[in-house]
Every structure is written in C-alpha cells, then in structure tokens.
Design a protein around this ligand. Structure first.
Ligand code: TYD
Length: 197
C-alpha cells in the first residue's frame, strides 16, 4: 500500500506520518517512511532558496520524483507499506500556485503538470490531505525559521490549490486546524471506514 501525506507547512504531516508508521507496525506490517523532496540526485532542499524559474522548479521536483518512484516501487514489491511525506500533489499545489498565473487558471496549470507526471506516474492508494489555515500552520512552525517558503500569501495560494485538487483527486480530507490528536482521531476513523487496520 502506498500512502502520501499532503498539506501546507505546519499542517502536521510529518507527525501524522510517524504516527501512521507506528500504527501499521503495530499491526505487523513493514513500513518504509520516506519524503519528498529527496536527496537522490542531489539535495533538492539546498536549491529552494534560489530564484528559479517556475518551470525549472517543476522539472526539478518531477525529476526527483522519477528517481524516487523507482525506490518506492521496489519497497512496494517487497511488501512494505510506503508512507511518503509529500508527493506529486505538493508539486501540483506549490508550483501550481505560481503556474496558474502564467497558464490562466488552476485547471490549465494542473493539466500541464499532470501531463508531465503521467508517463512515469505511480499513483498513491491513499492521499491524506491535512487542511490548515496558513496562519495556524505558520504559528506552529515559526520556531523553524525558514523564510523561503513561509510567506503567508503564498501559502494561502497553495492551500487554495489543494482545495481545488481535493475536488478532482481522491483525498482523505482532514481538518487539521485543531490539535494533532484531533487530526489523528479523524484520520483513524476514516481509515476504519475504508477497512484499513
Ligand atoms: P520541508 O522542509 O520538507 O517542509 P515540510 O516539513 O513542510 O514538508 O520542505 C519541503 C518544501 O518543499 C515545502 O515548502 C514544499 C516544497 N515542495 C514543493 O514546492 N514542491 C514539491 O513538489 C515538493 C515535494 C515540495
């Protein structure tokens, strides 16, 4: 099973990812916890502060993903549950928030990126989207001090893009505005409804 976690910065993805890992391990599964961007080709995070063209960013995140998918496929075929903290929906939402201004709207931007992704794609079985107001999200991570992606206006645009995606992609939607415990409660209930241990 391939599960991805999505949401803006401070939405609680990373905590939920490790809680999920523990839950699956308790039920006897082997879990491979991974994240994007990776360091497979190079450390993608190291160039995030650079002033790069939006198309450069899209191709970098997508290229990183092409290589990552090979590893994910290997793990899946060895029977692991793969949990990935950010995946293609992060490119759709974060790069889409910019691209939509060049390509005249959400749908064109999404279609453009999805066409790049499709030939090598590996679709998750479950996409968990943790929705949070950017103000709340940023409040949670302000101690992390990483200004390059912490602009609230940008995160509002990213969140709007995720909301657009939630109508066309099959998300498990979690309201993450309250506590982590509350988000976890919602998620476990939804997984039970889907018959997932
Ligand atoms: P990271 O330090 O992993 O943040 P977080 O803990 O919130 O996941 O940094 C990842 C950043 O990279 C995050 O701001 C989103 C951005 N990103 C993209 O813009 N596009 C992508 O395709 C991916 C995977 C990440």
């Amino acid at each position: 099973m391939f599960i991805t976690l999505e949401g803006i910065d401070g939405s609680g993805k990373t905590s939920i990812a490790s809680m999920l890992k523990e839950k699956f391990e308790k039920s006897g599964k082997n879990v491979y916890l991974t994240e994007e961007p990776t360091q497979i080709i190079f450390d993608v995070k190291s160039i995030m502060e650079k002033e790069l063209d939006i198309y450069t960013r899209i191709f970098i995140f997508m290229a990183d993903r092409v290589e990552h998918i090979k590893i994910i496929k290997e793990k899946l075929s060895s029977g692991y549950v793969v949990i990935c903290d950010r995946y293609v929906d992060s490119t759709f939402a974060y790069q889409g928030a910019v691209l939509k201004n060049f390509l005249n709207g959400y749908e064109n931007a999404y279609q453009y990126m999805n066409n790049i992704y499709r030939p090598f794609s590996l679709e998750p079985d479950i996409i968990i989207y943790l929705d949070v107001d950017p103000k709340i999200g940023l409040g949670r991570i302000k101690s992390r001090k990483r200004e390059y992606f912490e602009k609230i206006e940008y995160l509002r645009e990213v969140r709007n893009f995720y909301i657009h995606l939630s109508k066309i992609r099959n998300y498990i939607y979690i309201d993450s505005n309250s506590s982590l415990e509350d988000a976890w409660k919602q998620l476990t209930q939804k997984l039970i409804n889907l018959d997932i241990p």
